[in-house]
Design a protein around this ligand. Structure first.
Ligand code: ATP
Ligand code: MG
Length: 249
């Protein structure tokens, strides 16, 4: 379970002796439960990646608190890192190595035994259909193959908490479906899955709960059904554009 309380994040930008501040997250609250896929839906610059980076302990919140399975993201940051699998869009894979080797390497970093690594690798390679390219150099792989490799690496230690930033970005429909089916399966097994997306259909089709994030604030929170009913419409796009129009005025 992930619990976010009054989270804020202010970035300080220093440029030629002057300092400016960007309030990227302005006090948000939400809970992701085990067995559910929670989707943070928002336009570019809304604060999705910032929120996920705070939860994953890569950056510190300015204020507020985050707990992951009861562990505090600041006091127990090591523990939090050990129970999450974080996929980020700016994960750079070394082109010289193969997916198979990278999985071994990250397995060892996670202090897994060689036997556990070998078993887990076979499961992930099968689930993500990586058989044909597991021994190819990452340099030679397509965008989708690289994304699957990043996913496999981030989940090598079979974490209870899965945090994926824009997991279907740049993927064709078949590969995107493979990834979303995979996330659904993990949620059905009782894992906590938190994703960010700006793609309406991903939010509609795979998320059990949604938070609509606009300019650092959660404007709507709940299931798709609850959100559309509350806004007296029958589709999410309407709700989303209403908020964007208000913001443009
Ligand atoms: N390290 C940083 N320093 C300063 N400002 C930052 C930093 N990281 C993010 N920001 C700013 O915070 C805001 C939110 O950025 P963030 O990357 O969280 O948005 P996002 O919702 O993930 O957008 P996208 O859909 O484009 O990925 C933006 O205005 C961005 O410029
Ligand atoms: Mg982002």
């Amino acid at each position: 379970m992930i619990e976010i309380h009054d989270l804020t994040k202010v970035f300080e930008n220093k440029k030629k002796g002057s300092v400016s501040y960007k309030e990227a997250i302005k006090g948000i609250n939400f809970i992701c439960n085990p067995g559910e896929i929670f989707g943070l839906l928002g336009p570019n610059g809304a604060g999705k990646t910032t929120t996920l980076r705070c939860i994953s302990t890569l950056i510190k919140p300015t204020s507020g608190s985050i707990t992951v399975n009861g562990y505090d993201s600041i006091k127990d940051d090591r523990k939090v890192r050990s129970i999450i699998g974080f996929l980020t869009s700016d994960m750079k894979l070394d082109g010289f190595f193969t997916p198979d080797y990278m999985m071994d390497y990250f397995g060892r970093l996670n202090k897994m035994t060689p036997k556990d690594i070998a078993e887990r690798k076979e499961v992930l390679i099968k689930e993500l259909h990586m058989e044909e390219f597991r021994y190819k150099k990452i340099d030679k792989l397509s965008t989708g193959m690289k994304q699957k490799t990043s996913i496999a690496i981030s989940l090598i230690h079979n974490p209870d908490i899965i945090i994926f930033d824009e997991p279907t970005n740049g993927l064709d429909v078949v590969t995107a479906k493979n990834v979303t089916d995979f996330l659904k399966k993990y949620a059905n097994e009782g894992k906590t899955v938190l994703i960010s997306t700006h793609i309406m259909s991903v939010a509609e089709h795979i998320c059990d709960k949604l938070g609509i994030l606009i300019e650092g604030l959660i404007k709507e929170l709940g299931s798709l059904d609850e959100i559309v009913k509350r806004n007296k419409t029958d589709n999410l796009e309407d709700v989303f554009f209403r908020y964007l129009e208000v913001q443009d005025v």
